[in-house]
Design a protein around this ligand. Structure first.
Ligand SMILES: Cc1ncc(COP(=O)(O)O)c(C=O)c1O
Length: 350
């Protein structure tokens, strides 16, 4: 078995992956469907995977790896968990999509709202990006304000107004961090440094009446793991409440992982809205956003804020999410991730 930790660019012969990559590059930009898979940050060329089982993943050349990536978060129950596979197979046989509501989305929504009290109602979408994008639209509609505040080092998906780089100075105006994003699209986004309470207070003192929402990964995980001082998050909570802005916790990674109630539960801080993805879809394309009933009431068809999706609440994806959450329900997931990580490098076979 190859230890993924010891995988080094060019150290192995992977003729099938190499051939697939060559073919892929002809028809897919960069040969991949999402840039991080291209291995550019670590060197080498992508490995093409064929199957996974539990903690193991197998590439097109038949090599076996201990998978510490777990599809970047969704596979908290491991690859092809028998209960998840059975749930997907059962749903699959009954049809893949109806374009109409199904019982499984009600069940998953009940499961999410029960675990995450701040989400009194949720709506399902197909990715974390879509969840964040939709939550921000609702927040803007609810507050009748335009400005969004985010923090450097937090990732919230690839919606135009969130692909924003921090500039220099305090509470910088959003500058697009990607080509193809007009400056006008990021003009309503402000970027602050994490843990800079003074900058946050200054921004609210100046622009508080214009701020629709502050969005943060309560446990920023996309720039290394950057645990935040609870006091900093509490200060955001206090300032948003005082100024009539909404606090959005992006729990796409932390949701149902740190605890069933995500970082909000661990921190004891209740946001106005939260976004989810990854774990709640059990490896299928699912995202969700939720919040206080009065906020979510702004969504069409009840409200005036449009948001929709052909495959939202898809029965197969909902079944995968339900089975995945059920597979965690017997465990106390609060302590286990930390406990599991303790001494991990020593336990990984060479
Ligand atoms: C915190 C956070 N929010 C949003 C997203 C976007 O999710 P997706 O890749 O499903 O669009 C990610 C993706 O990694 C994420 O980590």
């Amino acid at each position: 078995m190859t230890n993924a930790l010891n995988l080094r660019a060019g150290a192995m012969s992977t003729p099938r992956s190499d051939a697939l990559y060559e073919r892929a590059c002809r028809v897919i930009p960069g040969g991949v469907s999402s840039p991080v898979r291209a291995f550019r940050a670590v060197g080498g060329t992508p490995l093409f995977m064929e199957r996974g089982a539990g903690a193991r993943i197998f590439d097109a050349d038949g090599r076996e790896y201990l998978d510490l990536v777990c599809s970047w978060g969704p596979l908290i129950a491991g690859h092809a968990h028998p209960a998840v596979v059975a749930a997907i197979s059962g749903a699959l046989a009954r049809g893949t999509t109806f374009g109409a509501p199904c019982a499984a989305e009600v069940e998953l929504a009940e499961r999410v709202t029960a675990a995450y009290p701040a989400a009194e109602q949720v709506r399902f979408v197909s990715s974390g990006t879509e969840a964040v994008m939709s939550a921000i639209r609702v927040a803007r509609a609810f507050t009748s304000r335009d400005l969004i505040v985010k923090f450097a080092g937090c990732y919230h998906g690839h919606a135009d107004h969130l692909l924003v780089a921090a500039g220099s100075g305090l509470a910088t105006f959003g500058k697009p961090s990607s080509a193809g994003v007009p400056e006008a699209f990021t003009a309503c986004t402000r970027v602050l440094a994490l843990d800079d309470e003074a900058a946050l207070r200054t921004l609210f003192a100046r622009d508080g009446a214009r701020i629709a929402a502050v969005i943060i990964e309560p446990l920023p995980a996309n720039h290394g793991l950057l645990p935040q001082r609870r006091e900093f998050l509490a200060a955001i909570r206090e300032l948003t409440s005082r100024h009539g802005a909404l606090l959005i916790f992006d729990e796409v990674i932390s949701g149902f992982r740190l605890a069933r109630g995500g970082a909000a539960e661990v921190l004891g801080i209740r946001p106005d809205m939260a976004t989810f993805g990854k774990v709640i879809g059990g490896g299928m394309p699912v995202g969700a956003f939720g919040g206080a009933r009065r906020v979510m009431a702004r969504l069409a068809p009840d409200g005036d804020t449009y948001q929709a999706g052909t495959l939202s609440g898809n029965p197969v994806a909902m079944a995968a999410g339900l089975a995945t959450l059920d597979s965690r329900s017997s465990r106390s997931s609060v302590a286990s991730p930390a406990a599991m990580a303790t001494g991990l490098p020593e336990r990984v076979p060479a």
